[in-house]
Ligand binder design. Structure first.
Ligand code: FAD
Ligand code: AMP
Length: 475
């Protein structure tokens, strides 16, 4: 017999599990099918984000940051430690504990909200029927719902002539589970994931080389921020080689030999481990039957409109498997919006105010347009900035690299973009997102009282600088 629900969600990542919880909160009978299995062999909800993405990477970034600070940055505070050491297995099992607390937490939230959890694979058939194959089984169980939400996420992209063996040539999952610090770590791709995971192992002692095909560093970030970041990362010891195309990689015993091409021609470079971080692609393998009616675009993403509706009425799709940035918070907000639309409520996502964060040290965060985008679009704007080195808090913390840069419309003063490189940029950006969401002006931020001494004073001063009235820097 076919079991019926109001909503079936396929995928239990931040897009899917959040959609399922919100749908259940709204009184809809909801099921969530997720096939991910944790290290203990049991269902592990939370998708890429909780299991092999956002959370484990941040856990290792924090561990490695403490180790690095202990060795290099605490002497000026009068703190010295000799023979500091790190036990990689303890670091990795702490990370695993964080992951299992959170994935277990999602399972508890499902119980509390009465979301039915199905561990296994889901496949959309015609007429909003779903075929469910339980984990480690070949049995087929039929489910049906008024509304289906596809939240199947994404997987790492592979490149030609570079074959993962998950030991020497690894993806993000492998880089989150290394059992020893490689002497030489090669990273293909100097994007967000390459930089974050490269930083982890560099802080622990690896010599890290990032091979990036593009001639420009972090082209999506504001140029001033990217320039500062490039300088700071180089000083930290990251060897970032731009304009360097990886052609192939071969494992030879314990070594990975990588053929590269740059402006000097072709050459070879050897590493102990090679991390492939050239981006991610939507994961739709086995998700759709031939007659499901759901279409994909030329990039392999599920086709959706502004409201996340697919080509089939009652079938929706959210998160990494559709257009838009591959970010956990974007996936979750889409999930919530879809659940609310299904329940007959109004919902809308503002793609223009989705914040971006790179969790390097210093962190990089931005919202809205970059200066180069405003120039290209011919928008008249004013710009203000403020360095953390001129904040009392940054200096007191001994963590004062970077700046806040704010861009506002020349005529209306509405904030068009804020770009931060510096300590706690990931948290500081929230105030700027709120202001932009309310179509606030730089004058609004300039007139708001910011606590002293805080890092947020740099946001305040950047707003003042935009109007040539910063107090703690020249105008
Ligand atoms: P996913 O999280 O990929 O979840 C999809 C789930 O669906 C998976 O569990 C999958 O197994 C399951 N599934 C797929 N097909 C089926 C099927 N047919 N049947 C059953 N189950 C299925 N984003 C941020 O915002 N901040 C960060 O700091 C950040 N750091 C990252 C670090 C790394 C190393 C990586 C790899 C990614 C990071 N991301 C970060 C991106 C973030 O993880 C993704 O944007 C987010 O997980 C997308 O959520 P999702 O729900 O769309 O898909
Ligand atoms: P992101 O999309 O942020 O994950 O970044 C992935 C990066 O990998 C991009 O900056 C790409 O330019 C880069 N990249 C893709 N293919 C190659 C390649 N063959 N060699 C070097 N870099 C690559």
């Amino acid at each position: 017999m076919t079991e019926k629900f109001d909503v079936i969600v396929i995928g239990g990542g931040p897009g899917g599990y959040v959609a399922a919880i919100r749908a259940a909160q709204l009184g809809l009978s909801t099921a969530c099918i997720d096939m991910n299995t944790g290290k203990n062999g049991k269902a592990a909800l939370g998708g890429t984000c909780l299991n092999v993405g956002c959370i484990p990477s941040k856990a290792l970034l924090d561990s490695s940051k403490h180790f690095h600070h202990l060795q290099h940055d605490y002497a000026s505070h009068g703190i010295s430690v000799s023979n500091a050491s790190i036990d990689i297995n303890t670091m990795i099992s702490r990370k695993d504990d964080v992951v299992s607390k959170l994935t277990g937490g999602v399972a508890q939230l499902f119980k509390a909200n009465k979301v039915r959890q199905f561990h296994g694979r889901g496949r959309l058939l015609a007429d909003r029927q779903v075929e469910f194959t339980p984990h480690a089984s070949t049995e087929k169980i039929m489910l049906e719902a008024q509304n289906i939400i596809l939240a199947a996420g994404s997987v790492p992209i592979a490149i030609p002539n570079v074959t993962f063996d998950n030991k020497r040539i690894i993806d993000n999952e492998g880089a989150l589970n290394l059992t020893e610090v490689p002497n030489r770590l090669g990273v293909i791709g100097a994007g967000v994931i390459g930089l974050e995971l490269g930083s982890v192992w560099q802080r622990l002692g690896s010599k890290v080389t990032l091979l990036e095909a593009l001639p420009e560093f972090l082209p999506a970030a504001d140029h001033d921020v990217a320039k500062q970041a490039g300088r700071l990362f180089k000083k930290q010891g990251l060897d970032i080689r731009l304009g360097t195309m990886v052609k192939s990689a071969n494992i030879d015993g314990d070594v990975v030999n990588v053929k590269i091409e740059d402006k000097t021609g072709q050459s070879e470079i050897s590493f102990d481990r090679l991390l492939v971080a050239v981006g991610r692609k939507p994961y739709t393998d086995g998700l759709l039957s031939d007659d499901s009616g759901v279409t994909l675009n030329e990039r392999g993403q599920i086709d959706v409109n502004e409201q996340s509706q697919t080509s089939v009425p009652g079938v929706w799709a959210v998160g990494d498997c559709v257009r838009g940035p591959m970010l956990a918070h974007k996936a979750s907000e889409e999930g919530i919006a879809v659940a609310e639309l299904i329940a007959g409520k109004a919902a809308h996502i503002h793609f223009d105010t989705i914040p971006w964060v790179i969790y390097t040290d210093p962190e990089i965060a931005w919202v809205g347009k970059t200066e180069q985008q405003l120039k290209e679009e011919g928008v008249a704007y004013r710009s203000g900035s403020f360095p953390f080195a001129a904040t009392g808090r940054g200096l007191a913390m001994g963590d004062a690299a970077g700046m806040v840069k704010m861009l506002a419309d020349e005529v209306t003063d509405e904030i068009l973009g804020v770009h931060i490189i510096g300590p706690n940029a990931s948290e500081l950006i929230a105030e700027c997102v709120v202001t932009m969401e309310f179509h606030g002006a730089s004058e609004d931020l300039a007139r708001i009282v910011h606590a002293h001494p805080t890092l947020s004073e740099a946001v305040h001063e950047a707003a003042l600088h935009l109007d040539k009235r910063a107090i703690h820097r020249g105008n």
